[in-house]
Design a binder for this molecule. Structure first.
Ligand code: HEM
Length: 123
């Protein structure tokens, strides 16, 4: 018998893995002068909690994303494709440094990339 394929969430390390990814990623955003300005008035604890929940949910983990939809969460911020790409590159480097193998790494990046249309729709 073959064992069932683990969910992407499991391959990311489950709750602890996703928490480590979000923490590492958030420090990278804070270190990027072009990105951090967007968060000047944001509650970072809420951002972290929401992003953990969202990554858990889109990786087929046991969470339901309870934050605002991506279009409203990012509306009228003036986010450009360059900002979006910079953020995805930070996530890519995070996943590499967190030792997430290429398979799950690229799966997560692909699922995040699919949010591009919604995030950019109300700019
Ligand atoms: C795939 C890409 C992205 C994902 C998955 C994502 C995800 C999220 C999530 C889950 C939240 C929390 C929403 C809440 O609970 O209120 C959030 C908020 C935020 N995001 Fe993104 N985001 C992405 C791209 C971006 C980009 C490109 C920028 C700007 C450079 C950005 C800037 C922000 C800011 C400033 C907030 C806080 C808004 C507030 O304080 O209410 N995001 N994002």
């Amino acid at each position: 018998p073959t064992s069932p394929t683990p969910t992407l969430y499991t391959q990311l390390g489950g709750e602890a893995g996703v928490a480590a990814i979000v923490e590492d990623f958030t420090y990278r955003l804070a270190d990027n002068d072009e990105i951090v300005v967007f968060f000047a008035n944001s509650n970072i604890d809420r951002f972290v909690t929401s992003l953990e929940e969202q990554i858990c949910s889109i990786s087929d983990g046991p969470c339901v994303y309870s934050g605002p939809p991506m279009d409203r969460a990012h509306q009228h911020m003036g986010i450009t494709d360059a900002h979006f790409n910079a953020l995805v590159e930070h996530m890519q480097q995070t996943l590499i440094d967190q030792d997430i193998p290429p398979g799950p790494r690229n799966q997560l990046l692909g699922r995040l990339a699919r949010l591009h249309g919604e995030i950019m729709s109300l700019q």
